[in-house]
Design a protein around this ligand. Structure first.
Ligand SMILES: Nc1ncnc2c1ncn2[C@@H]1O[C@H](COP(=O)(O)OP(=O)(O)OP(=O)(O)O)[C@@H](O)[C@H]1O
Length: 300
């Protein structure tokens, strides 16, 4: 069942449409990613979902509520980590967690959240003195403190070091496993590939592709690339005739075959049938990075 439904969403600033007919539905319990170039309209879209901006046209529903009109119920069911958030400079981590926990009828255990996010040793530190990464972790904790059904995370791990980023991914997986729906805006392909069940690519204010990470990768022109040096002369037309092969090239005695994830098996079977060995064989799979570059405009 869809818990977030966005349909024909439009938003213009100064007469310029920055979100121009965006539609998608997020199923309850999934991690749904929004990817796209700078200025594509991702934050504006999720801000309409959070009720922070009022759409010019289209509808947004979160668990059946209109975020722009039903502020009360929305606050109880949706937690948000904003892209550029600030707190009072003098507030300590403990005070912020206690203050936010007090705003919700059934808050999460803030000490457990602080522990999970590596903030326990910094409970007495004032916000202004926190490093960028610790501020980010505090905002994630505050997004989760109301025990939300839906959490919106905008550039979740920007500014985190690689270890903190991986810890945060595990936290998000735990959050997802507990049944919370996650709407995630990110620029990190590895993050999207690991965490997201489905991804909407937004470019120029429109959804240009919506699929699973594997589905998007499958659409990439790169596909799978197999390269090898044949142990004996081989007629490359035989390779080109294989059903899953997109192209075959020969360079410096090496043969380069592009195709799908079925191509490597087909090529190796053909070689085996002819008694030819693939020397120095390399198989490279396209990544979400390749798919992203193929599927978004040149400004990406
Ligand atoms: N309040 C505003 N007033 C005028 N223009 C705005 C406002 N907020 C955003 N914009 C413009 O709208 C466009 C879309 O912005 P948005 O923040 O939604 O993009 P984004 O995809 O989240 O980008 P990024 O990846 O850089 O965060 C940008 O050109 C931005 O400059």
């Amino acid at each position: 069942m869809a818990i977030i439904e966005v349909s024909g969403l439009r938003k213009a600033y100064g007469g310029r449409a920055v979100v121009d007919g965006v539609s998608f539905a997020v199923e309850e319990g999934e991690v749904f990613g929004i990817l796209g170039p700078n200025g594509a309209g991702k934050t504006t879209t999720v801000e309409c979902v959070e009720g922070l901006r009022r759409p010019d046209a289209g509808t947004v529903r979160v668990a059946g509520y209109d975020p722009a009109a039903d502020r009360g119920p929305l606050t109880r069911l949706l937690g948000a980590q904003l892209q550029e958030s600030e707190l009072q400079p003098k507030i300590t981590v403990r005070e912020a967690l206690e203050l936010y926990a007090a705003c919700y009828p059934e808050p999460a255990d803030w000490r457990a959240l602080a522990e999970r996010l590596g903030l326990t040793d910094h409970l007495g530190t004032r916000f202004a003195k926190l490093s960028g990464g610790r501020k980010q972790r505090l905002f994630i904790a505050l997004a989760l403190i109301g025990n939300p059904r839906v959490v919106v995370l905008d550039e979740l791990t920007t500014g985190l070091d690689p270890r903190a980023r991986r810890d945060t991914w595990r936290l998000i997986e735990d959050v997802r496993d507990s049944g919370v729906t996650v709407l995630l805006v990110t620029h990190f392909m590895e993050e999207a590939q690991r965490l997201c069940d489905r991804i909407a690519l937004i470019d120029g204010g429109r959804v240009t592709a919506l699929d699973t990470p594997a589905g998007l990768i499958g659409r990439s022109a790169g596909g799978t690339e197999i390269s090898f040096s044949p142990s004996a002369p081989l007629d490359t037309r035989l390779l080109a005739d294989l059903p899953s092969v997109a192209s075959v090239a020969e360079r410096d005695g090496r043969i380069l075959v592009r195709g799908t994830d079925e191509t490597a098996g087909a090529v190796l079977a053909l070689l085996a049938g002819r008694g030819v060995t693939a020397l120095r064989l390399r198989v490279t799979e396209a990544t979400l990075d390749d798919a992203y570059l193929d599927l978004t405009g040149p400004d990406a």
